[in-house]
Design a protein around this ligand. Structure first.
Ligand code: ZN
Ligand code: ZN
Length: 137
């Protein structure tokens, strides 16, 4: 894949490749990890392009973003069910989806009672997973 294809669609070949690679990752990955995956898959995409594609995908609501304990952004392709909240392990980066119905209802309520439009929210839950707790001692 060369990225010089003629298709003038909104989804550039690079962006599509980044999204595909992200879809094959079950867990959150950093831009560097994703870039390494693309390179080993023989997909010549620069790290800058990966960062740009991830920013665009985030803006388009196609990916979920969390931060690890160093502040680095980690990405995961968003499922068809819309946005999802996660509990992220600060040690190993493992994540699991959590039921956030209470947060969703509270956010809707705030939007209704405040009179604000397009209210969005970001909820980040981090902890130490069972596997890391077991190996910590
Ligand atoms: Zn862990
Ligand atoms: Zn939410």
């Amino acid at each position: 894949m060369t990225g010089t294809g003629p298709s003038p669609t909104r989804n550039t070949p690079q962006r599509a490749a980044v999204l595909r690679a992200l879809g094959s990752c079950p867990d959150f990955v950093s831009a560097q990890m994703l870039h390494a995956r693309l390179v080993t898959a023989d997909c010549a995409v620069g790290l800058t392009t990966v960062y740009r594609a991830l920013r665009q995908l985030q803006a388009a609501g196609r990916v979920d973003v969390v931060r690890d304990e160093t502040g680095e952004r980690l990405y995961r392709r968003r499922g068809a069910q819309g946005h999802q909240h996660y509990l992220l392990c600060r040690r190993c980066g493992r994540s699991r989806p959590v039921d956030a119905g209470v947060v969703e209802r509270w956010a809707e309520q705030v939007a209704e009672t405040s009179g604000y439009a397009e209210v969005e929210h970001t909820v980040e839950l981090t902890g130490v997973c069972g596997r890391c707790r077991a190996t910590a001692r």
